[in-house]
Design a protein around this ligand. Structure first.
Ligand SMILES: [Zn+2]
Length: 355
C-alpha cells in the first residue's frame, strides 16, 4: 500500500510518496540470483539503478509486499525479496564438467586480475571450465569454446568497446561511434521461439566433445544457462588459457542466409590499434579455416563467408579469435543441424592447426 499526498505550498505542488507499508527492519541478506536489479521503486516497471552481483551482502532497512529497501554503493533502492537469502550463496552458478573418456582432469578458470585487459571487464564472478585431454591422441592445442550470450544482467552493464577508449568503427548490436557497449547482450530469439543462448550452448557441448575426441584440450566459457563473465572477461580468460577462441552465435536476420565469421574491419585506425594490429591476420586465418570446414561439411555459407564487424571480442583478443555466426533466426538448429555444424567446426580447427 502506498499513500500519496499532494501538498500545495505557495503555488508549488509537491507529490510525496510515503512508503508506509515498509516497516523498519534491520538485517543482513545476500543476493541469491545470478544478478539482481536495484530499482527506483517497488515494481519491475521502475528504473534499474544498479545491478547487484550474486552473493553480494546487503543491509536491509525494510521490506514489504515482496520488495526490500537496501543501499548499494550509496544508492538507496528496491530489490525483489524473492532473490534474497539469510545465508551467503555460492559465488556463481556452478559449472559441472561433463564426464568424458578423453579427459583426465578438469579445473575452473577465473579471471585473474593480473591478466592484460582484465580491469576492463565488469562482470567477472563466473568461472570457465578447463578440460585437460588425457588420451593418447592429446595434441597439446587448447581451443576455447565460447557459447555466445548467457550472462544474466549483462545487457544493463556497459564496457569499453576498445581498450584505448576510441569509438566503434562499424554498426552492429551497438552503433558506430559508441565508445561503450553492453557487457554481454542477451542474444536473439529464433523464429520458433528458442533463445539463441540455448542453441549456442547446445552446439558448444557438441563441439567440446568432438574436440576432446580429436585430442584437443578445451576451455569451456559457459556450461550452464548463466555464467557471470562478460565479453571482455571471456576474451581475457581465453587469451591466457587457450590457443584460439571461437565464440558461437546465430545472426538476427530472418532469411537463413548461411554461416559467416565477423572479420576485422578494413579501417586504418582500427587495424593500427593494439592488440588488433598484432592479431587481426590470425583472426582471419582462423575464420577462413572454420568457413572452409563448415563448407566441407555441407553447411550453407553466406556470401564470401565473412562480414566486417567491430566487436569487443576482437578488440581485446591476443590469440586467434573469431565470432562465428552459424546461421540466423530462420536457420535449422535441430540436433542433426548442430551435429553437421560441429563436424564442420572441428574440420575447420584441424585445418587451422594443420592437423
Ligand atoms: Zn549472438
Amino acid at each position: 500500500m502506498k499513500i500519496k499526498t499532494t501538498i500545495r505550498i505557495m503555488g508549488l505542488s509537491l507529490a510525496i510518496s510515503c512508503a508506509g507499508a515498509f516497516p523498519a527492519l534491520a538485517d543482513t541478506v545476500y543476493v541469491n540470483a545470478s544478478s539482481l536489479n536495484l530499482r527506483s521503486g517497488p515494481s519491475t516497471e521502475t528504473q534499474i539503478l544498479d545491478v547487484i552481483p550474486r552473493g553480494a551482502k546487503l543491509e536491509r532497512e525494510s521490506s514489504a509486499d515482496g520488495w526490500s529497501v537496501v543501499t548499494v554503493n550509496g544508492t538507496k533502492g528496491y530489490v525483489s525479496s524473492e532473490y534474497l537469502t539469510m545465508k551467503a550463496p555460492a559465488a556463481s552458478e556452478p559449472q559441472t564438467p561433463a564426464e568424458s573418456p578423453y579427459v583426465d582432469r578438469t579445473w575452473e578458470v577465473s579471471l585473474d586480475p593480473d591478466y592484460r585487459y582484465a580491469s576492463f571487464a565488469k562482470i567477472t564472478g563466473g568461472k570457465a571450465v578447463y578440460y585437460h585431454n588425457g588420451s593418447a591422441k592429446r595434441n597439446g592445442k587448447v581451443v576455447c569454446v565460447n557459447a555466445g550470450h548467457g550472462t544474466k544482467g549483462g545487457g544493463s552493464v556497459k564496457t569499453l568497446c576498445h581498450p584505448d577508449g576510441s569509438a566503434k568503427v562499424t554498426g552492429g548490436t551497438t552503433a558506430a561511434g559508441a565508445t561503450t557497449a553492453a557487457a554481454v547482450s542477451s542474444g536473439m530469439t529464433f523464429a520458433d521461439g528458442t533463445a539463441e543462448s540455448k542453441v549456442t550452448l547446445a552446439l558448444a557441448k557438441i563441439l567440446r566433445d568432438k574436440l576432446l575426441a580429436a585430442g584437443y584440450d578445451v576451455l569451456m566459457i559457459r556450461e550452464g544457462s548463466d555464467v557471470q563473465l562478460d565479453n571482455i572477461a571471456r576474451t581475457v580468460i581465453a587469451n591466457n588459457n587457450a590457443d584460439c577462441h571461437i565464440a558461437l552465435h546465430w545472426d538476427s536476420t530472418e532469411r537463413d542466409k548461411g554461416a559467416f565469421y565477423m572479420s576485422v574491419p578494413s579501417n586504418k585506425n582500427y587495424r593500427a590499434m593494439e592488440p588488433v594490429a598484432s592479431y587481426w591476420k590470425s583472426h582471419h586465418a582462423l575464420g577462413d579455416s572454420l568457413i572452409a570446414g563448415l563448407k566441407n561439411a555441407g553447411v550453407k555459407i553466406f556470401s564470401s563467408g565473412s562480414m566486417e564487424m567491430d566487436l569487443t571480442q576482437t578488440s581485446y583478443s591476443t590469440i586467434p579469435s573469431v565470432d562465428i555466426e552459424l546461421g540466423d533466426k530462420t536457420s535449422p538448429h535441430t540436433d542433426a543441424a548442430l551435429e553437421k555444424i560441429g563436424n564442420g567446426l572441428l574440420d575447420g580447427v584441424n585445418r587451422f592447426f594443420g592437423f
